[in-house]
Design a protein around this ligand. Structure first.
Ligand SMILES: C[S@@+](CC[C@H](N)C(=O)[O-])C[C@H]1O[C@@H](n2cnc3c(N)ncnc32)[C@H](O)[C@@H]1O
Length: 263
């Protein structure tokens, strides 16, 4: 059921992990056995429990500027290529999408990198969309408030530009400022959906550390469904431990786990 709903593949070796993660749902509903929980969650009257179940099994670990090489690639090479492509079609629209954003750090990191390169002035219309299957993590992302230890991986100079209260020294939490808030959007979206509700295309798509939980056929079909939403000169980023080797996809590698479309 979990695989069908969200693509997460839990093989026999994940049985103990699954039991540990679902136990709190059993306790919450005062159910004695996993069979009873399965029957409960299969009942259409308890449809909302499916969301709770998926939230319990999904891993939401993330951090600001995680896998820093990707941000270096963009700053040193990717953004200048995008800029040239934009100039040739005289477009000022720059769009990013983090398709499994978890609590939002990745979305804000991409947005900060874009604003550092393209500038926060209105000359460039920069926006980043963060989506995730879990409403719970999206609530954190929308609020954009993080404990100081999470902000530690944001370079000090950027903290004063993009977080309220300057460098956030005197507080235990720090919130993203209006510069980011006005350009970051968060929506619930399940990557298993066959129809993607987007009109435009994205220049940068981050699809990192999510397909690691899917089996190979699910990974390949998901990437295939993403590709129509990537601009021709755009970049697709996967997590460093994720690979498309052996998949028949129209993509060429341009850096470690960074791809562009072949057309
Ligand atoms: C480990 S986090 C990755 C966060 C971020 N991309 C990063 O690399 O730091 C994986 C996220 O994928 C989300 N997820 C799992 N299955 C999904 C699906 N079918 N559609 C959208 N998001 C999904 C989970 O809710 C979780 O927040």
């Amino acid at each position: 059921m979990i695989h069908q709903r969200c693509g997460i593949h839990l093989g026999a070796n994940k049985k103990e992990l699954l039991k540990a993660r679902l136990l709190k749902r059993l306790r919450f509903h005062r159910l004695q056995t996993f069979r009873a929980y399965y029957e409960f969650v299969s009942d259409r009257a308890n449809e909302s429990e499916i969301e709770e179940m998926i939230e319990s099994v999904a891993t939401n670990v993330t951090s600001f500027f995680r896998e820093a090489a990707h941000f270096d690639f963009l700053t040193k090479q990717g953004f200048s290529e995008l800029l040239e492509a934009k100039k040739s079609v005289t477009s000022s629209r720059v769009r990013g999408w983090c398709c499994a954003t978890a609590t939002g750090e990745e979305t804000y990191s991409l947005l900060i990198s874009l604003l550092e390169y393209f500038g926060p002035a209105d000359a460039w219309d920069v926006k980043v969309l963060g989506t995730d299957i879990s409403k719970k993590v999206l609530r954190v992302a929308k609020k954009g408030e993080y404990p100081l230890e999470k902000i530690a991986s944001v370079p000090f100079s950027l903290r004063s530009r993009y977080f309220d209260g300057g460098a956030c020294k005197a507080k235990s939490v720090c919130q993203v400022n209006p510069l980011l808030r006005a350009r970051a959007y968060f929506r619930q979206f399940n990557l298993m959906q066959s129809v993607f509700p987007f009109h435009g295309r994205f220049d940068v798509i981050f699809c990192r550390n999510v397909m690691i939980y899917f089996d190979r056929p699910t990974q390949e079909s998901m990437i295939r469904r993403l590709l129509p939403y990537l601009n021709d000169n755009g970049f697709l980023f996967l997590g460093h431990s994720e690979s498309i080797i052996g998949m028949n996809l129209p993509l060429k590698g341009v850096a470690a786990s960074v791809y562009q479309k072949i057309f």
